[in-house]
Write a protein that binds this ligand. Structure first.
Ligand code: CP
Ligand code: NVA
Length: 307
């Protein structure tokens, strides 16, 4: 019997497997563009469990399941009470008898790993405090579509060393691009994640408190909120710490002149990114959001056994 396929972190995936999935995503996107049906997940059901809010992740997973011939269930913690009303193990056992896969967005990575171990069906991580692997996988599709090879380019990330940064570091461990993080002291990515990437990466991994060094010559400029979900009480403090890392016209001028600007959204316009940049000619942020639909179809097909 083959082991089931989860998608919990990009650290579990190698370059070859991810490239195969990116090729599939491009193929499924082309079918969608041409109106050709791709009913690879006919009659399959995905339970989408959300303990945090979502626009993109929710809609893209639900639409992806519909397009692939299956169905998605939207479940919040009001129904489940994960770990309180019912243990993670029991939830995994029950869902494993009713649906074909689980997508979960929650706080701790450990509870997602625990759920994956508790259930015989694939589990897909729709964001934890630690990582956001679906987002970065789909972002690699967007980067490819913009004619950038992942080999040899510099990806710069400015802002908070959060879940997005950790997933970028995990991607940099597999793909040979340079990854450069610029953020204030006290808000850097976790040292273990940086060390893991450094020990595997063929590209250069830079962690700096100098925004200009971080962005100089970058082909991809990426940012995200300074205050992630669950950190709302720190908002006022964080707004004072991060302004030097705002992606604005002046800073962007130091990147490659053809650089693309990415943001996973939701954006806090005027904080981590200016309107001028977000709505400017280098921004791909809305196409990037749209690619959540196409990239995640490949993740679903890969994990639910229909690739
Ligand atoms: N980027 C992203 O995951 O968006 P949502 O939080 O709206 O799902
Ligand atoms: N870092 C953000 C990403 C939102 C998609 C958060 O965790 O809230």
């Amino acid at each position: 019997m083959t082991r089931k396929k989860d998608f919990l972190t990009l650290a579990d995936y190698g370059r070859e497997e991810l490239e195969g999935m990116l090729d599939l995503a491009a193929k499924l996107k082309e079918s969608w563009r041409q109106g050709r049906p791709e009913r690879r997940l006919a009659d399959k059901i995905l339970a989408c469990v959300f303990l945090k809010p979502s626009l993109r992740t929710r809609v893209s997973f639900e639409a992806a399941m519909w397009h692939l011939g299956g169905h998605a269930l939207y479940i919040t913690d009001a129904e489940i009470g994960l770990g309180k009303r019912e243990s993670v193990y029991d939830v995994g056992q029950v869902l494993g008898r009713m649906v074909h896969g689980i997508m979960i967005r929650t706080f701790s990575q450990e509870s997602v790993v625990e759920l994956a171990q508790a259930t015989p069906i694939p589990v897909i991580n729709g964001l934890t405090d630690l990582v956001h692997p679906c987002q970065v996988f789909c972002d690699m599709l967007t980067i490819r579509e913009n004619g950038l090879p992942l080999d040899g380019i510099k990806v710069a990330y400015l802002g908070d060393g959060n879940n997005l940064v950790h997933s970028w570091l995990n991607a940099a461990a597999s793909f040979p691009f340079d990854f450069s993080f610029g953020g204030p002291a006290g808000y850097h990515p976790q040292p273990e994640v940086v060390e893991r990437a450094r020990s595997r990466a063929r590209g250069r991994i830079t962690i700096t408190e100098d925004p200009q060094e971080a962005i100089r010559g970058a082909a991809v400029v990426y940012t995200d909120t300074w205050t992630s979900m669950g950190q709302e009480a720190e908002t006022e403090k964080r707004i004072k710490v991060f302004p030097a890392f705002q992606v604005n016209r002046q800073l962007l001028a130091l990147a490659d002149p053809k650089a693309i600007v990415m943001h996973c959204l939701p954006a806090h316009r005027g904080q981590e990114i200016t309107d001028e940049v977000m709505d400017g000619p280098q921004s791909v942020v809305f196409d990037q959001a749209g690619n959540r639909l196409h990239g995640q179809k490949a993740i679903l097909a890969h994990c639910l056994g229909a690739s």
